[in-house]
Design a protein around this ligand. Structure first.
Ligand SMILES: Cc1ncc(COP(=O)(O)O)c(C=O)c1O
Ligand SMILES: [Zn+2]
Length: 456
């Protein structure tokens, strides 16, 4: 797949820049796309589909990566000469599960869940961090930075450390970051800066500090992050033998991921790899729903919100990539939905019962699908794929509180005290640990009773 040219292009004014220039925004202030000018006369999609499939059978480390296997879509490096610059774990290769219990719960005949939480550091961020850190290396940086509610910091820290770069992470203070993730950043050797503020404050600071100190910024404002995340869609379609779903459903926080999905679909469609488009559905938490509101209010003005949700990964009120996200929704004729904290919590428990499990933000997918089926927007026979973005083990407190019927909609720290408000009754799904006397008879009794309930 030859390209004639690759360049940055502003999503608003169309101004073009060299991709080797370190910049995250256009002079007009808006976001940049990486644009490839493919030599379309030389592209045979069926040939390339076979190549991608064959690469799965090799032990070449770039082919083993579920990102770089599709490197023809990532030609911001010279994929013939510069392969040695690639920083890979390898990532991607995440399963597409069928999820019968989640399907039934959502009112569908079948449902597939692609689990990006099975990536090396436990989230879809690895798909974008392999490309982001590769670009950092190509540009000669030895320090990289990001603001994060957890997953980005863990991912960037691992990839940067592997590439010999210093990771610097800005995280919100007051225990707003799940311990599973903080532990990763610390273990992978990141300089971890706890900011007295929320994610949106951390984001503003990291942008300024990166520019002033010449540190490479690896939040999703960085267009090379989104390039890697495109491969979530390319790999999914490869796994589905290029049968295009009716709907692809994904959580929305900073809105980078769905933006990359839209870009992948556009490139695949333009090059003839697919001849129809899935509708991309973005699901936000009710307390962090600026994109949902924007669409509800007739796309007049994008208004940031003060975000609150226990799904910390999507607790973002002023999403950087909202314009790219609007483009995805419009291009795919997609939908934006919102779900409550209670809906997220129960959907997460159902995904667990399918033996899959995920972090709270990811469960917005099944909660959103259920809502859209109930509204009659998604048909029960539709071909639907939900993208689970992060791993169950990120936030064990959330899961244990749910299963011990000790779950509150509001749970946050104020001056080191936990404030909890809005208890919801989770007893109908809770799977409590059982205290039992240390003797065989008592244990047998508990097992028989549980078995009756379980087999139902
Ligand atoms: C697990 C998880 N889900 C969803 C999101 C939201 O993705 P995006 O910010 O690209 O909308 C994030 C982002 O941090 C995340 O970590
Ligand atoms: Zn511009």
């Amino acid at each position: 797949m030859k390209i004639n040219r690759v360049y940055f292009k502003c999503i608003s004014c169309g101004k073009e820049y060299d991709i080797n220039e370190v910049r995250y925004r256009c002079d007009c202030g808006d976001l940049l796309d990486v644009v490839y000018e493919f030599d379309t006369s030389s592209i045979d999609p069926e040939y390339w589909k076979k190549v991608f499939r064959e690469r799965r059978l090799t032990n070449n480390k770039y082919d083993l990566s579920g990102v770089w296997r599709y490197r023809e879509f990532l030609q911001f490096i010279d994929i013939e000469k510069d392969l040695d610059k690639i920083v890979t774990m390898p990532e991607g290769n995440t399963n597409v599960f069928d999820a019968p219990k989640s399907a039934k719960y959502a009112g569908l005949n079948r449902l597939f869940l692609k689990h990006q939480g099975l990536n090396p550091t436990g989230s879809f961020k690895d798909n974008g961090m392999t490309t982001g850190t590769t670009m950092a290396k190509k540009l000669g940086f030895n320090r990289v930075a990001c603001a994060s509610t957890g997953n980005t910091s863990a991912s960037m820290s691992a990839y940067a450390s592997r590439a010999g770069m210093l990771p610097i992470v800005f995280i919100p203070g007051g225990k707003q970051i799940a311990y599973g993730k903080l532990s990763q950043a610390l273990d992978y050797g990141a300089l971890t800066l706890r900011i007295n503020g929320d994610f949106d404050d951390a984001m503003k600071l990291v942008e300024r500090v990166s520019v002033e100190l010449g540190i490479y910024l690896l939040n999703s404002i960085n267009p090379f992050r989104l390039e890697g995340q495109k491969t979530i869609i390319i790999e999914l379609l490869d796994q589905l033998d290029w049968n295009v779903p009716d709907y692809i459903v994904v959580p929305g926080g900073n809105l980078g991921n769905n933006s990359s999905f839209g870009k992948a679909l556009q490139e695949l469609y333009n090059l003839g790899f697919i001849d129809k488009l899935p509708k991309v559905v973005v699901v936000q938490a009710e307390g962090a729903n600026p994109l949902y509101r924007y669409f509800q209010e007739g796309k007049k003005e994008f208004k940031p919100v003060k975000a609150y949700t226990r799904a910390t990964a999507i607790k973002i009120g002023n999403p950087v990539s909202w314009k790219k996200s609007v483009r995805t929704i419009e291009f795919t004729n997609g939908i934006v939905e919102q779900v409550t904290e209670e809906e997220i919590a129960f959907a997460k428990a159902i995904i667990g019962r399918d033996g899959i499990g995920c972090e709270p933000a990811s469960a917005t997918t099944v909660a959103g699908i259920k809502k859209l089926v109930e509204k009659g927007i998604i048909d029960k026979d539709a071909f639907v794929v939900g993208i689970l973005t992060g791993n169950l083990l990120k936030d064990p407190d959330y899961t244990v509180e749910f299963h011990t019927n000790n779950f509150y909609i509001h749970s946050y720290y104020e001056k080191n005290y936990v404030i909890r408000e809005g208890k919801i009754d989770t007893s109908k799904m809770a799977n409590q640990p059982v205290d039992v006397e240390a003797n065989i008879e008592s244990i047998k009794k508990v097992i028989y009773e549980y078995e009756k309930k379980f087999l139902g």
